[in-house]
Design a protein around this ligand. Sequence first.
Ligand SMILES: [Zn+2]
Length: 101
Amino acid sequence: MSIVRHTKVKDTASPYDGDWIYGSSRVSKHPGVKKEVGKLLRRQKDNCTRCGLNFRLRELIDFNRIVPKSEGGGDTYKKKQVLHRHCHDSKTAEELKAVKH
Ligand SMILES: [Zn+2]
């Protein structure tokens, strides 16, 4: 029996919101960022949905399904999010742990 887990997108108000974001270069506006990634970044206000911190240009950004495919997640834009590479890794590790039980 598998455990049904849904990772909600947190509505985080980070203490760094505001001046800090606008004073730095926004990753979503960077010309090197892919269109789809930029869209997600804007929706997420340039924040990682897992740790709530801003993406920086040099950080690795990963696509991720909010709900794993095994739990009915799809490939549509609304069901995707962008995460830091390291956040994605720890999310995947948690999902694998949950599946093993
Ligand atoms: Zn993160």
